[in-house]
Design a protein. Structure first.
Length: 186
């Protein structure tokens, strides 16, 4: 599959492509995607899990044991769990979130949708997400599958990434641009 999407390149893209191919062959692509999304959400919400995934100081056996415990709690099994274990065994956990994003991109593309990410300062409500998806669909002409992330450092507004496009309407960026403009007038 030739593509120019950056999320499908490199190690994350290769791992995600292999998993997507396997899951598709067994008609489990959606289930695997949901389980990977649940794991990604758990990483995002837990500082300890972020450290476990990103730090090379933990032994892969310790990482796998922690992953197994978390997977049991989240209901992650089958291909998704085996994939995460393989990534840990191969010492590639720091790239796991990129792999999950690449998998979401592949899954969305197979359904005729576009995968995107929205970053907000606070968790978005269900209605806000629905409105954002509707606005993106009218703009792009295709359904958009959004993953969400909270980053308080943007202060307010949104950063929306869809494919190679990015719209940064965050308060942090607006303040930075204002600061630059004011330096130019001094």
């Amino acid at each position: 599959m030739a593509t120019t999407d950056q999320t499908l390149s490199g190690v994350p893209g290769r791992y995600a492509s292999a998993l997507f191919s396997l899951a598709s062959d067994e008609n489990a692509a959606d289930k695997v995607g949901e389980q990977l999304a649940a794991f990604a959400a758990a990483i995002e919400e837990s500082g300890d899990l972020k450290r476990l995934v990103r730090s090379p100081v933990f032994k892969s056996d310790d990482q796998i044991a922690a992953i197994d415990a978390l997977a049991a709690r989240l209901g992650i099994a089958g291909h998704a769990l085996n994939f995460i274990r393989l990534v840990a065994r191969n010492r590639r956990l720091p790239a796991l979130t990129g792999m999950i994003q690449a998998y979401a991109t592949l899954s969305a593309s197979a359904k005729g949708e576009i995968a995107g990410e929205v970053v907000s300062a606070e968790k978005l409500s269900v209605q806000q997400l629905k409105d954002l998806k509707a606005a993106l669909k009218s703009s792009l002409g295709r359904d958009v599958v959004l993953t969400t992330r909270v980053d308080a450092s943007i202060l307010g507004g949104l950063i929306v990434k869809v494919g190679s496009r990015m719209m940064d309407n965050s308060l942090k960026t607006k303040l930075s641009n204002l600061k630059i403009a004011m330096k130019g007038t001094a």
